[in-house]
Ligand binder design. Sequence first.
Ligand code: NAP
Length: 333
Amino acid sequence: MRILVLGGTVFLGRAVAQQALAAGHDVTCAARGSSGNPVDGVRFVRVDRDDPASLDALAGKFDAVVDVARRPDHVRHALASLAGRVGHFTFVSTCSVYADNATVGQRVDTAPVLPPAPRDAEDPEKDAEAYGACKVSGERLVTEAMGADRAFICRAGLLVGPEDPSGRFGYWVRRAARGGEVLAPGTPDDAVQFIDVRDLAAWIVEAGERGVTGTYDGMAAPVTRQEFLAAVLGEDAPLTYVSQEFLAEQKVEPWAGPRSLPLWLPLPEYAGFMSRDVTPSLAAGLRPRPLATTARDTAAWLAGVDVGSAPDGRSIGLTAAEESELLAAWHAR
Ligand SMILES: NC(=O)c1ccc[n+]([C@@H]2O[C@H](COP(=O)([O-])OP(=O)(O)OC[C@H]3O[C@@H](n4cnc5c(N)ncnc54)[C@H](OP(=O)(O)O)[C@@H]3O)[C@@H](O)[C@H]2O)c1
């Protein structure tokens, strides 16, 4: 297959390129080259999607295209240039398109989505709140331009694994390496949901090969927090579960950022965010690997680089000192 990745200089785009190369495909990646480097073995075409004319550099026909764009105008321009000469189009969307984050166990075919972004509010870099709505717009543009028989809309969940620049999953992997009593947020039964970036990438490449179309969630089935922490930190890790009310009182942030606990979200407001029913995705070929493998490979990658963490270690998660103070306060309350 001749495959074009619009992106391909970071995390998922690089993983798609790697999987496609490994499957023997001819891979082109198109980006500015400012987020990182494409993987060895691809043809790299430098384009800046802010300037639609730069897409002219992408000549010829492609059997499959994968687009990770966040901005609807980028998608619009790509479709104007490519729709007539590509076979299959994957648009990488997000579970942030969903309108209801509270209801547990929703499925792609029935869950309500946000309205698309208004034309004058299409830049999620200027307005982070617009991210989900912009992806809804992108999904619609792709489905309209390609037709339902050539469009694969993949709503990714939290991406984890090697090369993750966000540091969210990495926080727990690094925490495993430090040892000692671990502050665990919420309860052992809380749902946690994610996908190894390599498994999503493999499914996207396979979707192009097999002509899978339609709209799917791109994430593994949820696990409990207990299962998650046991797989990442080890079965015997000394966990102390701390209530979300205590964490809120202590100004610990959910999900990401300094003084946060990644992969933790307040309940019941976000009970639906990491508890999606992904039966249709698994039936359509998504094959998540065991979490312990993802954790092991992420640890090996983190051992060689320093990402997802500012030099003072405060860009994501709790510092060792913050965690100790919080545990002491929890035990003393
Ligand atoms: N990370 C998560 O947990 C998560 C969760 C849900 C959904 N998602 C979705 O999953 C996808 C992740 O994709 P990713 O990791 O490959 O990349 P990403 O972080 O979305 O990066 C965007 C890619 O597009 C390129 N790009 C950005 N602006 C450009 C421009 N003006 N012209 C040309 N290229 C441009 C970037 O390359 P250059 O900067 O080098 O140009 C980069 O390769 C995204 O669609 C995201 O919305 C992610």
